[in-house]
Ligand binder design. Structure first.
Ligand code: MN
Length: 279
C-alpha cells in the first residue's frame, strides 16, 4: 500500500525493547510520499549506558536511508532520547532532513504541526521512575514494603500503605496523559495550526481536542503503531500485527497471602500498563 504520508516515532533503536523486525515488515508494506520520523528514533540514553546494536536495528536505518534515496521526502524530528541529533538540525543525512519541528499539509489543506512532544513533558524523570517500578522492581517494592512496615511497627509508627501510594501515582500518571494531550493541542492552536502530530508518550491517538486535531503516532516498543494519511487524505492509526498480551501481567503479586498487599496486587496491572504508556 502506498500512502500520502507515514508518521512513526519512539522506535528506540539501540534498546532490546525496539521491535525492529516488525518495523521492517511494516516499512516494506507501507511506502509513502512523505515519511516523518517524529523523535526517539535512536535511543542515545540507553546506548550511552550499554551498547546494543543488532543487525535488525542497522537494517532499519538502512531502510530509512534507502527510502530517502528513492525519492521519499523523509524528515527526522529528534526527540529527547535522541537529543544528540538536535545538534544536526537544518542539516541533511543521506537525504534525510533533520528538523526541530515540521509542518505537514494534509490533502484537504489543513496544516499539522509536527513535534516530538517532550517539551510538554515536565515530568520525564518521574515517568521514568514509574516505568522502572512497572517491571520486576514491583515485586521488590512489595517485599520492601513488608519489611518497612515491620520496622515502622517496632518503632510504634502506623502502617504505611504502598497500595495507597501507588494508586495516587497512577492517578497522577493518568492525569499526566490528559494534561500532555491538552497542552500540545493548545500550543498547536496558539500557533495557528489545525492539528498536531506528536509521539513521546507511547500512546497512539487521533481525536479532536477543542477543535484541534490531536494525533499521536504511538511507538515501536509495545504498540507497534503508526499514523498514516491515505491518498484521499484520511488519517488512520495502523497497529502492526498487534498481539493482545503486550501488557505485562504481574502474576506472582496476585498470590501474596498478605492481606494488606491485596489491593496493591489489584492495581499492579494498571501500574504496569500506565508505566509503559508514560515511558
Ligand atoms: Mn520521548
Amino acid at each position: 500500500m502506498h500512502y500520502r504520508a507515514v508518521f512513526i516515532s519512539d522506535l528506540h533503536l539501540g534498546t532490546p525493547g525496539c521491535q525492529a523486525e516488525a518495523l521492517i515488515e511494516f516499512l516494506k508494506s507501507h511506502t509513502s510520499d512523505y515519511l516523518y520520523l517524529v523523535g526517539d528514533i535512536i535511543d542515545g540514553w540507553q546506548l550511552r549506558r550499554k551498547w546494543y546494536w543488532p543487525q535488525a536495528h542497522n537494517d532499519v536505518v538502512q531502510k530509512l536511508l534507502r527510502r530517502a534515496r528513492k525519492g521519499c521526502h523523509v524528515v527526522y524530528i529528534p526527540g529527547n532520547h535522541d537529543e544528540f541529533a538536535r545538534g544536526f538540525v537544518e542539516h541533511h543525512f543521506g537525504g534525510i532532513e533533520v528538523s526541530q519541528e515540521a509542518v505537514h499539509t494534509l490533502k484537504d489543506g489543513r496544516k499539522l504541526w509536527l513535534i516530538h512532544g517532550d517539551y510538554f513533558d515536565a515530568v520525564v524523570q518521574y515517568a521514568k521512575w514509574l516505568a522502572y517500578l512497572g517491571d520486576n522492581l514491583y515485586e521488590l517494592a512489595l517485599r520492601l514494603n513488608r519489611h518497612f512496615n515491620r520496622v515502622r511497627a517496632r518503632m510504634g509508627l502506623p502502617y504505611w500503605s504502598l497500595s495507597a501510594f501507588l494508586k495516587s501515582k497512577v492517578k497522577k500518571a493518568l492525569n499526566f496523559v490528559a494534561d500532555f494531550e491538552n497542552a500540545v493541542a493548545h500550543e498547536a492552536q496558539k500557533r495557528g495550526y489545525q492539528g498536531v502530530v506528536c509521539g513521546h508518550i507511547h500512546r497512539a491517538e487521533i481525536r479532536m481536542i477543542n477543535g484541534i486535531l490531536y494525533c499521536n503516532d504511538g511507538d515501536w516498543v509495545e504498540s507497534r503503531s503508526a499514523l498514516v494519511e491515505h491518498q484521499d487524505g484520511t488519517l488512520e492509526l495502523i497497529y502492526w500485527d498487534q498481539v493482545l498480551d503486550f501488557l505485562p501481567i504481574v502474576q506472582p503479586a496476585m498470590q501474596v497471602p498478605d492481606r494488606a498487599a491485596a489491593p496493591v496486587a489489584a492495581v499492579a496491572p494498571v501500574v504496569a500498563s500506565v508505566a509503559s504508556e508514560v515511558a
